[in-house]
Design a binder for this molecule. Structure first.
Ligand code: ADP
Ligand code: MG
Length: 271
């Protein structure tokens, strides 16, 4: 049983809060309300100067054995806002790169700055905190809890960010509106179609108004038409100021990036 499942294992209509309700407003990391709305002009409430992600002299080598040089030295700046696609054949290093971008892993050498803050020297706790506040994740396989409602699945992200119940509810409702799933808010996640489930996962990734939404093959499990609907949502989000990064091996999707990163045999290029 994962920690996620443990937290949600309690029967009952409400999600339980493991810690006391966190301060819901006024804290330095309190998400700005309203910023999820794709129709509002603002986007996340942060300065819009400088790259959101900056890699310098980065490499990633898996020690093995056998030793794998998954990413060869690269520099890369990702400006804030827009759709960034990361393409390349299987085994080229895309997921390794995404793990560095998402602060899930550290480079073997080099530095990764998020909004100008160097992250590789931070403690694990500080990196986890930064990741929770700044980054949302969407995966190919959705990773929803099928017996829980759509709303509960989305609220879970707020639980991990220490939001109180009312804030979690508000943010979940807002995020579900952004992906067009308000009418299905009380359905069990497992009853939804694949495309709808991925929209739930996107909504979950949006809770807390992240600067970055990192998506690993988000259309990989979907048919072409459904996948196109997901891409449209991601493009709309990217236009609001969130930086949406999509790893894909689909050339058509890769071509839609405002910035197109390509990785081949561990070599990172920008098109
Ligand atoms: P992609 O996502 O493009 O398919 P990956 O980033 O998953 O590529 O993998 C890049 C290379 O690193 C591959 O050769 C893969 O076998 C290797 N690799 C990935 N993860 C590990 C790991 N934890 N330990 C050892 N080698 C790994
Ligand atoms: Mg991969």
């Amino acid at each position: 049983m994962t920690r996620l499942e443990e937290l949600l294992g309690e029967p009952g209509p409400e999600l339980s809060v493991p810690a006391a309700d966190a301060p819901s407003s006024g804290g330095s990391d309190a998400p700005s309300s309203g910023s999820l709305d794709a129709g509002s002009s603002g986007g996340p409430d942060v300065p819009d100067t400088g790259p959101v992600l900056s890699f310098r002299g980065c490499t990633r080598t898996y020690p093995g054995p056998p030793r794998v040089r998954a990413l060869l030295p690269f520099d890369l700046d990702i400006p804030a806002g827009g759709l960034v696609t990361v393409a390349g054949p299987s085994g080229s290093g895309k997921s390794t790169w995404l793990s560095l971008a998402g602060l899930l892993d550290r480079p073997t050498s080099g530095t990764v700055a998020l909004d100008g803050q160097e992250t590789t020297t931070l403690s694990e706790i500080d990196r986890t905190d930064l990741r929770g506040r700044m980054i949302g994740f969407v995966f190919q396989a959705f990773h929803l809890m099928p017996l829980r409602t759509v709303t509960e699945n989305v609220e879970l992200a707020g639980l991990y960010q220490g939001m109180d119940r009312a804030t979690r509810r508000d943010q979940a409702a807002e995020a579900l509106a952004v992906v067009g799933l308000t009418p299905r808010a009380m359905a069990r996640a497992g009853q939804l179609s694949g495309g709808e489930q991925q929209r739930v996962a996107i909504a979950r990734g949006l809770v807390g108004a992240p600067r970055l939404l990192l998506c690993d093959e988000p259309t990989g499990n979907l048919d072409t038409a459904t996948g196109a609907g997901i891409v449209t949502i991601l493009e709309r989000l990217a236009a609001t100021g969130i930086t949406v990064v999509v790893v894909t091996h689909d050339p058509d999707l890769a071509a839609r990036g405002t910035i197109r990163v390509e990785i081949r045999d561990g070599r990172v290029h920008v098109r």
